[in-house]
Design a protein around this ligand. Structure first.
Ligand SMILES: C[S@@+](CC[C@H](N)C(=O)[O-])C[C@H]1O[C@@H](n2cnc3c(N)ncnc32)[C@H](O)[C@@H]1O
Length: 285
């Protein structure tokens, strides 16, 4: 006997809300839509679910209520125009990072080369490849588990008709990384690990499901920035663009690092959509 869908969704919403998960109704609907293999619009005409589907929804809701990320339960994360495969071992792309691609847009022109440092699932690199008529997109990532998701997403997007993304399995700090591209790149984009170890205890439970090496970067969160800035300065052509996502405590220290290197002009802090200073951009002088 089938079960009416409305009480099932109401119970799922109540359990998520009680666990402090929000927006609870939306997440309950996304979990149910995932179970049914369709999108949320399908729920508009759905009157009932099978007892097996109801049991699977309750199980997913239970896991979500204990802090498992929604994207791990559905296996996908939206980012700009893409749905990326994600799961344990790779950082779940966040909506605010979409702005980094937007900031670089004037540099993403025909004939240009773009590098994404710390590519994770490929959110930035694959969006650039999907949306802009650039010549080459190169995604650098060192984590083996993350590389598996990155290669899978890159293969899926290429099969779907997007231009290819070249995956480079290296550490950003490796000497001579991408040496053959020195002075030729038009944009370097990076959402590196930047969370200060000191605020680990304040983070929401979902963050505990992201790999540590994707999130934390030393006591102040700046551990990777000097190597990243030096590499970007080496890769970019004069007039090339650097865009970095960072913690809101970072602008002053990061801008000091950029100015001390003597390689940059137009060093600018950029707010995210909520007004927090979460991005910095600079142009290679
Ligand atoms: C915050 S995640 C960002 C992932 C992706 N760019 C995004 O925006 O969703 C940072 C990524 O940098 C990678 N990473 C950390 N340290 C690295 C290093 N030294 N060299 C290369 N990649 C690194 C991590 O494995 C992780 O995938």
């Amino acid at each position: 006997m089938r079960l009416p869908v409305r009480p099932e969704l109401a119970a799922a919403t109540a359990e998520l809300a009680a666990a402090g998960i929000g927006p609870a109704r939306l997440e309950a609907e996304l979990l149910l839509a995932h179970l049914l293999g369709g999108n949320r619009a399908r729920l508009l005409t759905l009157a009932s679910v099978s007892p097996e589907q109801a049991a699977r929804l309750r199980e997913l809701v239970r896991r979500r209520a204990t802090g498992e990320p929604l994207q791990h339960l559905t296996g996908t994360a939206p980012f700009r125009y893409l749905e990326l495969a994600v799961g344990p071992g790779v950082f779940v792309p966040r909506p605010e990072t979409e702005l980094l691609v937007e900031l670089a847009a004037p540099w993403l022109l025909p004939g240009t080369i773009v590098v994404d440092l710390g590519a994770g699932s490929g959110a930035i690199a694959l969006s650039v490849a999907r949306e802009f008529p650039v010549d080459r997109v190169i995604a650098v990532e060192r984590s083996e588990p993350a590389l598996r998701w990155l290669r899978r997403n890159a293969a899926d997007r290429h099969a779907a008709g997007d231009r290819p993304v070249e995956v480079v399995a290296r550490d950003i700090t490796a000497p001579g990384l991408l040496a053959g591209l020195a002075g030729t790149v038009s944009a370097v984009l990076a959402n590196p690990p930047y969370v200060p170890d000191s605020i680990r205890a304040e983070l929401p439970p979902e963050v505990g499901h992201d790999p540590d090496e994707a999130v934390f970067a030393g006591a102040d969160g700046l551990a990777l920035m000097p190597a990243l800035i030096e590499l970007a300065a080496r890769l970019l052509r004069p007039g090339g663009f650097l865009g970095i996502e960072h913690d809101e405590s970072h602008p002053a220290a990061l801008h000091r690092l950029l100015e001390a290197s003597g390689c940059w002009r137009d060093v600018t802090g950029r707010p995210d959509l909520t007004g927090r200073p979460r991005f910095s951009t600079a142009v290679r002088s």
